[in-house]
Design a protein around this ligand. Structure first.
Ligand SMILES: [Zn+2]
Length: 264
């Protein structure tokens, strides 16, 4: 019941502010549900084993990200950072440290605009500049893109994948930490909703989100979860077994619907 209610709350949040940041544009309905090109978008991944991926968006923050890195190192945990190009250019040393310590670096645009409402040329520039900044800072070429607010059209997904080779990495667990509900709430929401194969969305630019992390890591570890990067999780993907009671047509169907996945 809790989970169902959470699905509902998350969906509302996504519809109203597009999921991953308070500064999301408020107006305009979500983009029309166009058919998604297969194999490009990730939100939850079917894996055999207790593997999950924590992801941190909108950084790096000069103040908070190093604190997070210290904590992750103490737990021997690798995560994925979805970086804002402007912040990468400002704090390349923090990004270099993220890479050095084994974390995955990924593209979250240059200045956090809404791709779904932009021209191809502007989207291309946002992606390319960030790609270049990450490569300059850490000598790493990202393979994952998370569009700000999860906003991207099916058509954009297709050409972004073809042109840059990026997969579009969304999430299935969203604690709405950008609303700053307090560390305990952030921790409880994550721990309650995370399951094997989850991609968890957090922001390393809010103090309360970082304060929630000791609780999150301790509790998820206590539940037996193992932490990997999104690319590692993707590499572990296994086919979803057919449901015993399903009709033959449903065999081999895609995974069950997941929560809070805009444009999906
Ligand atoms: Zn963001």
């Amino acid at each position: 019941m809790h989970i169902i209610r959470w699905f509902f709350i998350s969906s509302i949040a996504v519809a109203s502010v597009c999921g991953d940041d308070a500064a999301a544009p408020q107006s305009g309905a979500k983009t029309k549900p166009a058919p998604d090109p297969p194999g490009i978008t990730l939100d939850w991944i079917h894996v055999d084993g207790p593997y999950i991926a924590l992801t941190f968006d909108d950084g790096p923050s000069a103040k908070l990200t190093p604190k997070l890195l210290d904590l992750l190192a103490a737990h021997h945990i690798k995560v994925t950072f979805f970086l804002i190009g402007e912040n990468v250019a400002e704090h390349p040393d923090v990004v270099a440290r993220e890479a050095r310590e084994g974390h995955e670096l990924a593209n979250h645009s240059w200045s956090h605009p809404n791709f779904g409402k932009m021209s191809d040329e502007s989207v291309r520039s946002q992606i390319r500049r960030t790609d270049d900044a990450i490569r300059n800072a850490a000598r790493v070429t990202p393979t994952l893109l998370r569009p700000p607010y999860g906003s991207v059209t099916a058509r954009q997904k297709k050409w972004i994948n073809q042109e840059f080779g990026y997969k579009i990495a969304l999430w299935d667990v969203d604690p709405l930490d950008w609303k700053r509900p307090g560390p305990n709430v952030v921790c409880n929401r994550i721990v309650r909703n995370t399951r094997a194969g989850s991609i968890v969305l957090v922001h390393d630019i809010h103090p309360g989100s970082i304060e929630a992390m000791p609780c999150v890591l301790n509790q998820l570890e206590a539940k037996g979860f193992k932490f990997v990067t999104v690319s590692e999780l993707l590499a572990m993907e296994t086919p979803v077994p057919p449901k015993p009671s399903a009709s033959p047509k449903a065999a081999g169907a895609k995974p069950p619907p997941t929560l809070a996945s805009p444009n999906n």
